[in-house]
Design a protein around this ligand. Structure first.
Ligand SMILES: Cc1cc2nc3c(=O)[nH]c(=O)nc-3n(C[C@H](O)[C@H](O)[C@H](O)COP(=O)(O)OP(=O)(O)OC[C@H]3O[C@@H](n4cnc5c(N)ncnc54)[C@H](O)[C@@H]3O)c2cc1C
Length: 472
């Protein structure tokens, strides 16, 4: 009897799953599919993930296992090096083909190269289709066939390409009995615990989030997406990260509703889709330039010094803890600690604060975000950090340093976001949240005075960048 393996990686769904659908089709009606997830053997030493994301992963796997059972299958869990475990599974089951959706990040690509070698050596068919992106790698190039480094022309080409429709849910899948499986992973397997309030994991919950967004907030996304105290964005980032929903499903749902909206609503829906394009813009950049994870995209800023804030050795720790004395920065860092998610505008503000006010290396913040975010996505996170530091592709120029106080006035004018996340400031008047205290004293008991003066540190940033630019 023909047996094929589907290796789940970051695609924890049975609807519109490219490789899984191909595996089921290849297996045929009487044949068997072995759906497997291999828990990585990094044993907790990885500095780029943390309890909130691991807990979400565990929840996604539990939900996937149930969904597979409901259609007659069984999720097999193995632990260790993915290629070695897949090789063992082939030997145990006699599977002749391996299906997996390819991973857009450089770490996934390395594993795929090794898997390819193993498959060839064993005479196995290996199918690694595109799934995590609508367009990736070399699909959206300049007229000269080169890689876009600037977003707007990239997005024009992206929108001009034909779009695949989402595929249906798998209805039936049978997994051979007798294939051994470890229990579903638990957070404690990594010696971790978490008190972060994460979103509900699983394909059904992700579809529900999309439904809610499409039914209402998408129509005013353009107007509300930057207001940190308003629930104006989709909250789909962790779902895209873990493949609980596909970008094709999101695109189709947004395009479908767009056609029925009045002009402002249509603009909003397109603005939303442009954010989906930013995700793919950063993914294709990282695919072409994996060195982005180590160095500045813009060669002008390579080797920059990040000297830190003079006389404040614990500046990074204060930033992490949300105790800088800048309410908007601290609210954002506390939202991250409490929920594993941070509003996009707040990500920009906190990243600029770390790099331009505290003069700390963007890589420190990038790693901290990767450990803390449920949606931690290597390409978007690196892109966002390099954008904010002024070192990235299509980045904010170094001399455009956001002022946290003006950002508060524009994007949290009522202090709603600040009061939600900083209990010490719940009874403080609006005026005290929008400007630095004139006497430099704390504005509430237990909450620190601002740890620096923004305009002085802005000048220092301009000086540091200008001196680096003209260095011999
Ligand atoms: C410093 C920094 C770090 C970031 N780190 C991550 C990360 O690790 N993972 C991550 O998914 N996003 C990251 N972003 C992008 C963005 O902040 C989040 O995708 C967004 O806040 C998620 O909320 P949402 O799903 O409600 O977004 P929406 O506004 O509803 O957008 C829809 C989707 O578009 C994508 N998207 C939106 N904005 C961006 C963007 N600027 N860049 C790339 N994709 C985007 C996301 O997949 C998002 O789910 C980062 C941004 C910055 C400035």
């Amino acid at each position: 009897m023909k047996r094929v393996i589907h290796w789940f990686r970051r695609d924890f769904r049975i609807t519109d799953n490219t490789a899984l659908a191909a595996a089921v089709a290849a297996a045929g009606p009487d044949c068997e599919v072995i759906p497997v997830y291999v828990v990585s053997d990094w044993k907790g030493s990885h500095e780029w993930t943390g309890p909130a994301r691991q807990e979400f992963l565990c929840g996604c796997l539990a939900s996937l296992a149930k969904n597979l059972e409901a259609i007659g299958g069984r999720l097999i869990i193995r632990r260790g090096d993915a290629v070695k475990e897949l090789e063992k599974l082939v030997a145990e089951t006699g599977a002749t083909e391996i299906f997996a959706n390819r991973d857009p990040d450089p770490f996934g690509r390395l594993v795929e190269d090794r898997l390819d070698i193993m498959a060839k050596a064993r005479g196995l068919e290996l199918f690694l289709p595109k799934d995590a992106c609508i367009h990736e790698r070399d699909e959206a190039l300049t007229g000269q066939g080169t890689v876009f480094r600037v977003f707007t022309p990239y997005s024009k080409v992206w929108f001009g390409l034909p779009k695949p429709s989402p595929g249906p849910a798998i209805k039936k899948l049978s997994t051979p009995s007798g294939v051994s499986s470890l229990p579903l992973p638990q957070l404690t397997d990594w010696g971790m615990s978490s008190s972060v309030s994460i979103p509900e994991p699983g394909e059904r919950a992700a579809r529900e989030r999309l439904k809610v967004f499409i039914a209402g907030p998408i129509a005013s996304y353009g107007e509300k997406r930057d207001l940190m105290g308003v629930n104006g964005t989709s909250h789909l980032s962790q779902d895209l990260r873990f493949g609980l929903i596909s970008p094709r499903q999101i695109y189709a749902a947004a395009k479908n509703v767009e056609e029925s909206l009045p002009p402002e609503g249509r603009k909003s829906a397109m603005k939303f889709l442009a954010e989906i394009v930013w995700r793919e813009f950063y993914m294709q950049l990282l695919w072409h330039y994996p060195e982005l994870l180590k160095q500045e995209f813009n060669p002008t800023w390579r080797g920059m010094e990040w000297p830190g804030l003079p006389g404040v050795p614990d500046a990074f720790e204060r930033w992490c803890a949300g105790m800088t004395g800048f309410p908007i920065v601290d609210a954002a860092m506390r939202q991250l600690a409490a929920t594993g998610w941070m509003h996009n505008r707040a990500r920009m503000i906190t990243a600029m604060f770390l790099t331009k006010d505290l003069h700390l290396d963007w890589r420190l913040g990038e790693a901290f975000f990767m450990r803390s975010l449920v949606d931690g996505e290597i390409a978007s996170n690196n892109g966002g950090w390099q954008w904010s530091a002024g070192t990235g592709a299509d980045a904010a120029p170094y001399f455009r340093v956001q002022n946290p106080w003006s950002q508060t006035k524009r994007f949290d004018p009522e202090g709603t976001y600040i009061r939600t996340w900083i209990p010490e400031l719940r009874n403080v008047s609006n005026g005290s949240l929008l400007d630095p205290p004139s006497d430099g004293c704390p504005i509430a008991p237990g909450y620190p005075a601002p740890m620096l003066e923004h305009s002085a540190e802005r000048d220092r940033t301009l000086d540091l960048f200008a001196r680096h630019k003209v260095r011999p």
